[in-house]
Design a binder for this molecule. Structure first.
Ligand code: BGC
Length: 495
């Protein structure tokens, strides 16, 4: 057989295999229905189960946030946020007219603090205190001169699952995303941070509220919604869900206190007597279906969870949806295709593959984003991305195969992302309660904001869930900016 013919045949086999793999990522409407019903079921289980570090299913963490802002709130507050990629410190001035002014210091979390089992919580929290000090020197140097007592209120957004017993304390249930600092698990994260602030002479800062980024997103949308400007733009002001699609994924909504069986009877009664009938629940939906009853699962998902993630068996929904994992899924597929001699055959053995392709979590979702929208006839963007980011030359048919797989991975992520939204809308019944049933969902995170086509695919997914296209049309997905800063400030205000 001629070399040319052999080559053509190999190309055909690769594209066929890429098609077969992509098929494994497809999600039907039936699947979305099944998942949505199971999600509703798991919400009820979670609302009534005790929060433990070993729990399965939906954690449904009470947040002790019992009201929503209406945009008239005023005051200046400090806020800090530990996410999966960045640590941010803010000061936020709420103007009371749905607007705010914000100063911010964003620091990329140093690699050595991530996924390093020998570290102690003091290493992480002292880093955070040092960055807080830098922020204070830059934006509020006056506090070092005058006697401020303990008067500077700080709201702390901590984007990991915690068991909260009050607005200003909570113990870490487990790390997700990149961290792996063992002694922090089971500790009160507010205390850990406050101790380090005090040690650095920042004892004028008083951490008065602990919250999750998803709650921050929700509250900040409540604060900015309904402004004269947004009403002029035809926006409505009925936020129902705060959602994150970034490094990780999560969502929250307001639940009736009477439905939160995991709160003690005493707490529920006290809240109701105080007129607090609802509480924001941090669903921690990243942990949906950890038992893998219904979640679609490929062998790549299993490998990522078991071999490469630092929390095997947990957050399995997040591992199919969130930004941290999308590139990793692609990397696993590519390595598998290479091991089977179907792609990148210039590297004869696994060891010869470029470092970036061999190293877990080195292929990031922004490489996928460039490939996703590459509509050039030679897939030039794809070629450049692989050259620049992985030092990998590719053939045209390899690029076609890669793009097919990228698009399958991202579509699965967006369709799955529709499940918790549809489930919460059904459980709360809001689509039928309100005028025209229109609802707002606040969304935050790089995947939602920047991944090409994610929002469109998410909407397609919503229409395929039990809410159907009628329900999907009533949903307004709002991108929230600065949501953790504003959200924590709002929490600090009510503390
Ligand atoms: C965490 C959540 C967080 C989400 C988005 C997840 O890994 O468990 O607490 O809200 O990431 O940052």
């Amino acid at each position: 057989m001629s070399f040319d013919k052999l080559h053509k045949e190999a190309e055909g086999v690769l594209l066929e295999e890429a098609g077969r793999i992509s098929k494994q990522f497809e999600i039907t409407s039936e699947k979305l229905h099944e998942l949505t019903h199971y999600f509703i079921d798991q919400m009820d289980v979670g609302l009534n189960a005790a929060a433990t570090r070993e729990e399965r299913g939906l954690p449904m963490c009470p947040s002790y946030v019992t009201g929503t802002p209406n945009g008239t709130e005023t005051g200046t507050f400090l806020a800090a946020e530990l996410g999966g990629t960045n640590f941010r410190v803010y000061s936020v001035k709420l103007n009371g007219d749905h607007t705010y002014e914000i100063e911010q210091l964003k620091s990329k979390i140093p690699e050595e603090l991530l996924d390093e089992p020998t570290l102690s919580s003091a290493d992480l929290f002292s880093y955070m205190a040092r960055r807080t000090k830098v922020f204070m020197h830059k934006y509020h140097p006056e506090v070092f001169e005058k006697g401020y007592g303990k008067s500077l209120k700080l709201g702390f957004t901590f984007s990991y699952p915690v068991d909260q017993n009050s607005l200003n304390s909570g113990t870490l249930l487990r790390w997700t995303k990149g961290f792996n600092i063992k002694d922090a698990v089971g500790s009160d994260v507010v205390q850990l941070y406050q101790d380090q602030l005090d040690d650095l002479g920042l004892d004028m800062i008083n951490i008065v509220a602990l919250t999750n980024d998803t709650i921050g997103t929700f509250l900040s949308l409540c604060y900015s919604s309904g402004s004269p400007e947004s009403i002029k733009k035809g926006e409505i002001s009925q936020p129902v869900i705060g959602a994150i699609f970034g490094t990780g994924t999560n969502g929250c909504y307001m639940e009736k206190v009477t439905n939160i069986g995991k709160l003690s009877e005493e707490t529920r009664e006290k809240l109701i007597n105080e007129g607090k009938e609802e509480m924001c629940i941090n669903t921690e939906w990243g942990s949906f279906d950890n038992d893998l009853k219904y979640l679609p699962t490929t062998k790549y998902d299993i490998d990522i969870d078991q071999k490469f993630s630092n929390n095997p068996g947990y957050h399995l929904f997040e591992k199919r949806v969130a930004g941290m994992f999308l590139g990793e899924i692609l990397r696993n597929v590519l390595v598998d295709l290479h091991d089977r001699h179907l792609i990148l055959n210039q590297f004869r053995t696994h060891d010869q593959l470029p470092h970036r392709l061999k190293t877990p979590f080195e292929l990031s979702s922004d490489v996928m984003a460039r490939i996703e929208i590459d509509d050039s006839s030679t897939l030039r963007e794809t070629e450049l991305s692989f050259l620049q980011r992985l030092r990998l030359p590719t053939t045209f048919s390899e690029r076609k195969a890669i793009q097919m797989i990228v698009r399958a991975i991202s579509r699965r992520s967006a369709y799955l992302a529709a499940v918790p939204m549809a489930a919460i809308l059904i459980k709360t019944g809001v689509l039928n309660k309100r005028y025209h049933g229109e609802v707002e969902i606040g969304c935050h995170g790089a995947i939602f904001e920047f991944y090409p086509g994610f929002r469109t695919m998410l909407r397609e997914g919503l229409a395929l869930t039990p809410i159907g296209s009628d329900g999907e049309r009533k949903i307004h997905l709002r991108l929230t900016k600065n949501s953790s800063g504003v959200g924590s400030a709002l929490c600090a205000l009510v503390a």
